[in-house]
Design a binder for this molecule. Sequence first.
Ligand SMILES: Cc1ncc(COP(=O)(O)O)c(C=O)c1O
Length: 386
Amino acid sequence: MRNYISHRVQTVPPSGIRRFFDIVATMKDVISLGIGEPDFVTPTPIMRAGIASLERGETGYTSNSGTLELRQAVARNLQRMYQVTYNPDNEILITVGVSEALYLALMALLDPGDEVIVPQPCFVAYTAEVMFASGVPVPIATRVEDNFQVTAEEIERSITPRTKALLIGYPNNPTGAVMSRENLIQIGQLAEKHDLIVISDEIYDRLVYGGEHVCFAALPGMRDRTILLSGWSKNYAMTGWRLGYAAAPPDILNAMRKVHQYTIMSAPTTAQMAGIEAMDNGEKFVQDMVAEYDRRRKMLVSGLNTLGLDCFEPKGAFYAFPSVAKSGMDDEHFAELLLQEEKVAVVPGSAFGASGKGFVRLAYATAYEKLEEALNRMGSFMRRHG
Ligand SMILES: Cc1ncc(COP(=O)(O)O)c(C=O)c1O
């Protein structure tokens, strides 16, 4: 039989995370720090808003764009948080998570061969999604010495006549890096100079520890060249509800909506109803979760540094990204041996791009006690291999 699979799909490598977690799934008593997902259950009032919607019999589709009520709640939230104004009628689209919003943005923007600059290490879907949309991902390495921030200078070196967009995600998965306002302003000026669109994935915007999150669209002159992506999964512990949004100028949003209406129709109705409650009344719960993540973050990062697994201080999201240099192993070998010998699952940094080599990602969206136990096990491991 001939190979029916499209060249486009064949050329995208399988996710390094998937392969690893297929192994984890076959083992017992593993402490998994591998999954980038809140361990909290969705706060009760948000959950109840979804249940109430079902009980009212709201089991049909919504408008393609998402309910106007939810788009208005998103617009209010962006205004309140970042003083950036979006028109809920034609500048906000409700999607099936940021995952779908990212797909739509790339489908709407890219012609075959268009280049998208992607600082790495980054969320595993970025380069794959660019390729699915027939674009060419152009990775830029970020380094621990620069706190894993990308600079305008480095980006400029990678710009060619085919560059159409820059895809950034801060607070960052997997490093926990947060970008400084000055760096982002310079990147904005560069985008203006070269007439680039900036896709800014701000799904972890509320999970910052001490510092500020700078919304890219709120920077001077940036609103009209930004596709802002965000959602509910991480901030409100709602990964399974599958809800996200894109905010963009009307012409781009219109193109994204065209792809969305043919492929998805509308985001889950129950989730949209819960999403309104989250945006309007979820603040207290966000604060509580951030306080708990912060407690875990401090303990984990200091524990890793004590073991000699040098860890840059993550300022956002819920990941620590220590170097495994002291073990003398590369990140893949380290992760495999740690899993086999101590039953602790972490993700090799190279799964997030070549510049993640030599690091591993640990998610601290896991109970404090489990993190302590994981550190104990890693301590035994490092005594043997350090
Ligand atoms: C940076 C980043 N963007 C997007 C997503 C996808 O999120 P969603 O659940 O909204 O599709 C994730 C999930 O891990 C992520 O880490």
